[in-house]
Design a protein around this ligand. Sequence first.
Ligand code: SF4
Ligand code: MSK
Length: 629
Amino acid sequence: MAREKRTVEELSIWEDARAMIRKAQAEGIETVWDRLEQQTPHCRFCELGTTCSNCTMGPCRISSKKGGKMQRGVCGADADVVVARNFGRFIAGGAAGHSDHGRDLIEVLECVVEGDSSDYGIRDEAKLVRIAGELGVDTDDRSVREIAGDLVEVLYGDFGSRRREVAFLSRVPEKRREIWQALGMTPRGVDREIAEMMHRTHIGCDNDAPNTLIHAARTALADGWAGSMIGTELSDIIFGTPSPSYSTANLGVLKKDQVNILVHGHNPVVSEMILAAARMPELLDRARERGASGINIGGLCCTSNELLMRQGIPMAGNHLMTELSIVTGAVEAVVVDYQCIMPSMVQISGCYHTRFITTSGKARFTGATHFDIHPENAFEKAREIVTLAVDAFAERDASRVEIPDTPVPIMTGFSNEAILEALGGTPEPLIEAMRQGKIRGVVGIVGCNNPKFKQDSMNVGLAKALLKKDILVLVTGCVTTAAGKAGLLVPEGIEMAGPGVREVCGALGIPPVLHMGSCVDNSRILQLCGLLADALDVDISDLPVAASAPEWYSEKAAAIGLYAVASGIETHLGHPPNILGSETVTHLATEGLEDLVGARFVIEKNPEEAAELLDKRITAKRTGLGWKP
Ligand code: SF4
Ligand code: MSK
């Protein structure tokens, strides 16, 4: 039966998105929703995870019909083995993305230490010394440069195989470390776990699905407690630790009379330089000479989160807004680093005067203008990029410009340091509010948009449903924009929360949903859970906390979900990964992991139902702690 085409209203909950989808349709521009329709229905074998092309005896498909033909691939691998191997490689991809991002920051710090880059520096020296001390570096009577040099070595070590465990495992509660040790899940080195995942899933290696999945969890843990955590902590050291501030969100942050430059991707290394260049008087003069009143920097996806948290740069949109931002006709340049950048943006840029600029040798796009940016040349290249964008302003076709909506205010900058400072230096007031039931629990809602969902319907729906139950919400990644546009990232948002959250957040003057950063910054949430568990002398799995990635789509999001579960945090997903072709793998993910690591995945596509499931978990954990439900 032919599927009915979804109306524009069914694609997104936002008016800025709908206006731009209509404009794209009127101008004959293909978007992600058009291509999803062309690709639907998807290959059923792929959806179930039962295709394999790991060797050239195949590719093979395993039938889901029990007892029929094609129960095994040519080599004899059954559905369990094929699904587990595919999932393991999916996780390795996600862990590689976050972790390679973390490594890039080590390289920047190394350049600073060795004097190879004057464009970057150490903005938070106190944090550098604190983190170095935490990781065993001698900090007494030594220069910042010497300490940073040793920290660089310790963190590079986390990527190799000489360690028994990654350095930040010192932040993991003892009980959790024992669980990992007993299961063989302790992450040793980032590259080691990723390489071993690829090795185990080579033809003729790990042919026992649960064993493969244990290593998938170990690989994900290397991401969360090493690669991502390094990314977060070094970004803070180099660019400054976030503290609360205000900004704005939605496509209305674009300015009709200014040169608009959107930074997109994940890493702050390039975008911080673009921002600095855009503030240069000579470039502002150049913009004025060309008829613009200024240079406006806005963000997309996680690069946006990075600049928003530290610099208050407005957020133009999340994943499904990226194509639509160009459709406004008001964007002179999109400057990207890596991850979550749809290749279609090159074609859409070509429909306007927009310059699509790539900056990383790891993420080149055919048809884009490439500037190879390294720590040694970053500011100079950023200056050239901004010049290019300024000059493009003259080519803007005013008759095609449409900037929908007016920006909404958002509050950002809730690093753990900022949260602890607001609480008076210790997590105790938060624990007390939780003990009293004013804040019944905490849920981190993270992750993406996916065109299979009505954009942000789940992200916003779940946040609102949890708040009503007096459950505090933390957000990162693309959920940030969703929460912001819904009015949840300002102190006035407490009106949408239950009485307890309203009272606590109202007294502190903070929003009921706290923005903690980008995707790698989910490591901040891990660290916070570790702090709370240690303060209560329990394991993370004993806490009334949970996680959710309602509209997730990427390998990275799956890795985040798995490291959360393996850390003892029950995690909701709005739709399952491609594992349903294996009963063993599905059972392990949704039930069996509870016995092993004290948490599991729950899959639910209705936000109210999902809130009920997470509430059930939180209630059980509260009871376990001897607190009223
Ligand atoms: Fe087929 Fe086995 Fe080769 Fe996979 S590894 S393609 S299941 S023969
Ligand atoms: S950018 S991984 S779409 S959150 Fe981090 Fe957004 Fe998901 Fe990318």
